[in-house]
Every structure is written in C-alpha cells, then in structure tokens.
Design a protein around this ligand. Sequence first.
Ligand code: TMP
Length: 220
Amino acid sequence: MSNAGIFVVVEGIDGAGTTTQIERYAAYLRERGRKVHVTREPSTGPIGTFVRDLLTSRRQLPSGPAFDLMALLFAADRLDHVRGEIEPALREGAVVLSDRYDLSSLAYQSVASDLSLPAHEIVGWIRTLNRFARRPDVTVVVDVAPETASKRRRHRGAPEDLYEVDALQNRLAKAYAHAEALVPGDRILHVHGDGDIETVASLLREALAPFIERSPNHAR
Ligand code: TMP
C-alpha cells in the first residue's frame, strides 16, 4: 500500500480561528495514532520569515507592501514550503495540516489590489504565479462573520498585521464565502466558525472525517 499522506489546508479571514482549530484537530488525530505534520503560511523558512516581518512592519520595502509584490513573495515562499516541508512530510505518510495556502493569496492579494483591472484578471495572474504549487487534497474554509472575527482579534490584543483592517476583512469574508470560484476544481468544505471552540472543532472533525478515513494511513 502507498504511504502517501493527505494534504489538508485550513483557511479563513483573520480571527476565523484556523490556528486554534488546527492545533485541536492535530491533537485529535494524534490520539488516534495518525502521523500529523502541522505547518503554516507564511512558512517558517527564510522567505516566509521575511514576509512575516513585512506583515508586522518589522521590516519595510522601499516601495511599500503592494499587492503584486506581496503575491510574488507569498508564491515564492509557497514553492519553497511545498518542496522543502510539505512534500517530504506527505512522503512519510503524514496528514499535513497547513494553516493557509494559495487560497489566501487569491483572496487577500486580490482584495488588496489597487489596480483598476477586472477582478478576474488579478485572480488569474495570482493563479498563474501559483501554477506549480501542488493542489491540496481538501481545503476547509472556516466562515465567520467579520464582526465575530474582529472581536476575537481585539480580544487577542496583539498589534494588528498589515491586512487586519475591518473594511478589508469584510470584503475577504465575501471572497471566502465563494472560495470555489477562486480555486476551481479544488475540493472545498465550508464550516461555520462563529460558535465556540468546541462546537467549531466538532464541525471540522465531521467535515473532514470522510477524507481522513479514506486516506491510506487510517489506522482503524
Ligand atoms: P496569520 O498567520 O495570522 O494567519 O497571518 C498571516 C497573514 O498573511 C494573514 O493576514 C493572511 C496573510 N496572507 C496573505 O495575504 N496571502 C497569503 O498568501 C498568505 C499565506 C497569507
């Protein structure tokens, strides 16, 4: 039997709870004997670290964080992340849980674009940049009301990242609600993320069960 793993991406606006949900789901799978690799984008590699510094304004680009420059950097980080971390983990049979992937670029960088081009042209260009990024086996979009996410971000108390602006997050929530249009052909599952952590965790487990149980290394 092949020992290929399964590549799962979790996505949503800032404050959707993807990080918390991934941690919980990883613990759930490990308790059931699965090998799990948790990862995120921007990655912890050199390009991802640089991008995080831009997001938190620790570093600045001379021309500013324009959407096209950011799309290029996110795409470069992604290829390095896939080849250096995700694919090796999949070859070892892990369930790879990635907190964000190219759906984030398609949503965030297209919404952040200031060009007066039709949206589909911008989305098409971002898709081209990510043409060689392996497709996830399944993507879970955690849909939350922008007001809920905004409250959670304020509660978290951390300084706001580049894209953590309410008006932009409102537009992002709409883009994620129609995520299928951004990644045609990908398998997308939507989970309601407005509930408490345990409620959302159980919705996510139920949504993913058919995929995880069908994957080659399911122990029982
Ligand atoms: P997070 O780790 O808190 O989710 O922060 C990552 C931020 O970067 C978040 O605001 C989403 C944004 N982002 C993009 O704009 N494009 C991308 O391709 C990725 C992976 C993240």
